[in-house]
Design a protein around this ligand. Sequence first.
Ligand code: GSH
Length: 361
Amino acid sequence: MSDKNLKQEASKIKVDDTLQACPIDFSQSSVANPRAHKKQKEYQNGKIKSNFNQREKYAAYQGPEFKKKFTDGTLPVEKDRYRLVWSRHCPWANRIAIAIDLLGLNDVISKGVVDPLRPAGVVGDWFFTLDKDNVDPVLKIHSLGEAYRKADPDYQKRATVPALVDIKTGKVVNNDYNELVKEFSLAWKDYIAPDAPDLYPAAIREDIDNLSNIILMEINYAVNEAGHGRSQADYQKWYDIIFNRLDWLEERLSKQRYLLGDKLTLVDINLYVTLARFDLVFYQKYYVNKKRLVDYPNLWNYAKDLYSIPAFGKNTNFTSMRQRFYEIDHTPQADLPRIIPIGPDDSIWEEPNDRAEKFGK
Ligand SMILES: N[C@@H](CCC(=O)N[C@@H](CS)C(=O)NCC(=O)O)C(=O)O
């Protein structure tokens, strides 16, 4: 039986996946960053190879383009066959990295991490500049765009994270951040650790989908929409949506440990990835600043509770967030026309939380 109230709440929400999923990127501006402009030319004229010189410049929003599935048998479920390429700053990619570790699939699905800092002036591709020789050790590529173009030689859009790559062919097979966790939960049962949580249990699937849609529209996308506000009225609209919904979530979490009761599900991951970036990024950069996360007792304790689980904590990296959202590119720090915020203090995430005590183990 699905939760009627939740169903009714979700029925008021229209899922619009043409909304902005991507953070603001201002490193291209020659005024903001003269060095970037010079570097950008080297990509445009092909001197440096990346997806950049082929992509649609400033392509508008794009939804996930690669959606091959395990659940319908298109993709074989095979150990050591797939690699998740992600960036630690990215909330969408963060969902998948957390889920792989929570499900205990980290021994069978590997992960490659791209650099949240890109070459100055480049958008639309991610690079393996954190790796030795700037090459992903498994896929042997310099940029994620290479795997996108292996999958589709005419691919001209952004090479986005998360991207699941078939190691055998080197091709991106799925970059659908809304579906990948479900795919792993449903089709990889043979490999999921026996003590792992069921992130998408059959009995409450409808509730999970309903609450996920609410959180997607009114939290996950909404913070980006507020940050990209096209007018004062537009910003105000999203600002109100976000804080009304956070009040609603605060109330919900005053009664139960997790969003759907006493068991963690994938919808907790979906909320967590925005909460983890709330005070550092959305509050101070996107003006989503009526309240901070730490001002909500239940949401804050809930976020710390999740952070204390290694799959969440180890995949939460505040340095990468500062890099991507504030430092942006490889321009030397001394030349940066931007400021990187020192606060908030990241160490407060390590402080104890009251959730187990309040709701029992
Ligand atoms: N729109 C993306 C959602 C994921 C996304 O926006 N990822 C961002 C990082 S948070 C990205 O890779 N952006 C590429 C870029 O900045 O050019 C998709 O449909 O897969």
